[in-house]
Design a protein around this ligand. Sequence first.
Ligand code: NOJ
Length: 765
Amino acid sequence: MKRHLGKMILTYATVVFISGCSGDKKDNLMIDTKNETVNEKVSQLLSKMTIEEKVGQMNQYNGFWDVTGPIPKKGNAKKKYDHLRKGWVGSMLNVRGTENVREVQRIAVEETRLGIPLIIGFDVIHGYKTLSPIPIAESASWDLEAIENSARVAAIEASAAGINWTFAPMVDISRDARWGRVMEGAGEDPYLGSKIAQARVKGFQGDDLSKPNTIAACAKHFAAYGFSEAGKEYNTVDIGTATLYNIVLPPFKAAVDKNVRTLMNSFNELNGVPVTGSSFLQREILKGKWNFNGFVVSDWASLNELIAWGHAKDKKEAARIASTAGSDMDMEGNVYIEELTSLVKNGTVKESILDDAVRRILTVKFELGLFDDPFKYCDSTNEKENIGNAKHHEAVLDVAKKSIVLLKNENNLLPLKKEGQQIALIGPLANDKNSPLGSWRLASEDNSAVSVYEGMSKYKGNKLSFQKGIDLITGNEAFTQPLTINKTINDNDIEKAISIAKSADVVVMVLGEHGFQSGEGRSRTELDLPGKQQELLEKVFAVNKNVVLVLNNGRPLAIEWADKNIPAIVEAWQLGTQTGNAVAQVLYGDYNPSGKLPMTFPRNVGQVPIYYNYKSTGRPNREPHVFWSHYTDSENTPLYPFGYGLSYTKFEYSDLTVSSKEINKGNNLTVSVKITNTGGYDGKEVVQLYIRDLFGSITRPVKELKGFELIKIKKGESKTIEFTLNNNELGFFNANGEFVVEPGEFEVFVGGNSTETLKETFVLK
Ligand code: NOJ
């Protein structure tokens, strides 16, 4: 039975009603939400809440439509509605659209005793309906403004659909391309990852969370999920403190410094403790050392997983461990709602644990302005006007172009001539309108991407013909289901592809991974071109050497054969809604590529994990015997290093100087370098600065990114760029997690990727 309390609706703008415990709403206490500080408002509300209601705030249910985890049991919708009405639900995820959100919100504010609004979460990972490139792609732009803007667009669309909280950004650093979720992150480097984390948080949250088009962000997955052993999803993580403090944690800290309002913990264990139950991470570091005052949501049923991990023997124990460890909200696990009330009542869990969690949750709800107007995100006119509007398409096209990385361009095969050419477009992904949307795109329409074929067709001066050659998958493609990769060849299809290749001036082949081959639950043991694509590539190359390979993928691929043989290679990832337009504009030179890899590309899977900021080892040097650190069957070097990417023009670096050969701790060192555009096009370059701390109490990586700047340079022009180094860049975390700055010799490198050797030195006193 639904009760409509018309009287109440008038008062949402300023007042929250709090009644006694009878279950009926009574206006016996009113909090003026405009005139109290958030803290006071929260305290007042908290003081009126029953234990059940507090536990309710810590309970998050999946909605009744989309599912982004193991499918919940059938028939529990009735229970969820019942709990909503009792005030036993603090948040819902996967409820979207103003109508649906209004419905559940209405129950929360009109039918519960205290009328506390829900916070509505959704995975807005790379856009809502209008999709930006997948995050790893976007990170390849190294363009913080473009990245922030893309998150802004996502927030505008999501908030127009009733959502006020995104489960993004994923800030997990990963060195393992086998792990499917590298598509969701910013790659392998903590410095770049921290800058991108902050840009995304800013884009989602804006300057003022109470505005109707800003949403709370969620830095996830806290922590170390990206180090899952062997790249296998949901696996054990066993890493040392140096890696934890220096590589894993910095992007989370950066997000906290940017006032990210929530964090999500994760499915992995860290050194023997499943992180959902880790007091060390959540209480000691996050809420202790970092003083984080937002809240932590668990990952989907990760509280229950404490049992499968063998860390808790039942749900009761899971509830105790997780709540005590600082997991404030239980996502779709039913653990808190079933167990926590009795644990508090019998004294096993202190009520102060609940108070702390609920205070955090209510604070974010107040900050979002949900108490002032719980329906502020439910304006259907706004929904119609903002979702999918033309300005958003322009914005995602802009970032899509910037995300493309030119990996190889022999004999300047690219850019393509715009007139008089016969172009053969070949490959299973060349006219695909679904796969380029990538993973995590629940609210977008299927087949809504501009395909590469459609994008290239806009260039009318050439004759374009298309053949798929082979199919990449058979059967259905769905976010929650495994894909079936096609392993068969249809001779007729191949013949058609070969025939258009033979008569073409240039062949463009679009190959790679399907959009659902990366993402959650999509780890791979091979990093090749899946299915029969390698065979297709070789067959086409045999009849026409002028091949441009356009890669679509959600992770680094090992494409050694292609690198050796194919003259031009373009890394185009999965670029979202505007994929085809972005690719075409780059291929035709209307946009000069400027992307740089945020993750190392290996030569083969055996090299993985491979990353630029490795340690030297005790035997780093190539020797004429076997006793040095290497493989007998592969080079140590990657196929393409971190930070690498070409342009249609050329950049030369010179005049590297340091302001002093010696500096004292705490003083600034200025590093300057001259960059000259010596090629034939105007272009953009990401100027990267790396340091090497030669000796440390903890061994230091051979290189560490400590600065970058994206600059535009006209052809023939030179620019001088300055970087400043200080304690923040020169120090590191020791094994106890203390930040130390140790005197000694440093090298500083500046260049267009992590292997450049232009070098200066200085001594820190
Ligand atoms: C599980 C994923 O690990 C997490 O990233 C996501 O936000 C939740 N499911 C909710 O969909």
